[in-house]
Design a protein around this ligand. Sequence first.
Ligand SMILES: CC(C)(COP(=O)(O)OP(=O)(O)OC[C@H]1O[C@@H](n2cnc3c(N)ncnc32)[C@H](O)[C@@H]1OP(=O)(O)O)[C@@H](O)C(=O)NCCC(=O)NCCS
Length: 212
Amino acid sequence: MPEPTPLFLVGAGGFGREVAALVEAVNTQTPRWALQGFVDDDPALHDTDVMGHPVRGGVDWLAQQRGPRFALALGDGESRRAVADRLAAADLQPAALVHPTVSVHRTVTLGPGAILCRGAAPTVDVQVGPHAVLDQHCTVGHDAVLDACVSLRPGAHISGAVHLETGVTVGAGAVVLPRVTVGAGATVGAGAVVPDDLPPHCTAVGVPARPQ
Ligand SMILES: CC(C)(COP(=O)(O)OP(=O)(O)OC[C@H]1O[C@@H](n2cnc3c(N)ncnc32)[C@H](O)[C@@H]1OP(=O)(O)O)[C@@H](O)C(=O)NCCC(=O)NCCS
């Protein structure tokens, strides 16, 4: 069996701890990752212990390391995009992290650094972009395309052939109906139902969802 791969998590906050638990769950099935610790730009966290792992420094510290994998355990998609840009020139590869409860069909593609949490359910011919986060128990239907740094909050439902452009956030329990395109950077509020395309950078709430 191959040696576990060294891994750092960027972000030692609430979502960071959830992703650390995801890594523990993966390792109980197969010892895949050697979690080396967290990285966080909040200096108050440096040299502290989070869930039994050290916070080693900030993103600039991580950028100087050679070889380990990393995952962006930041809930906010814009923050993930900004950190990914800062690490683009570093000698580091993102790791896609998939909870052992998640079934990834062979027709589903996962971009580097994608994080699929407990119970996330992409079906077939789904494209999940780099550093996208599918939180617990969200569903994604056939032929959906999720661009980089998309965030699906718990229980969001994305129908078939939906296109979520870069940095879109879909709130908890929201539903995006078939073939809808949501523009880059838009936010869909918790519990919304989205029947029509949404423009970039809007916030839309309600049933049917309308930009505020
Ligand atoms: C839509 C959202 C992004 C708006 O956040 P915001 O810009 O901070 O907005 P506010 O909380 O100031 O609310 C603005 C107005 O929208 C209403 N509103 C907020 N969220 C709403 C929602 N999901 N559905 C319907 N109305 C909503 C508020 O009641 C308020 O109405 P008012 O002006 O009549 O008082 C946020 O409320 C939301 O739903 N985020 C998703 C959060 C989520 O899913 N988290 C999961 C955690 S894991």
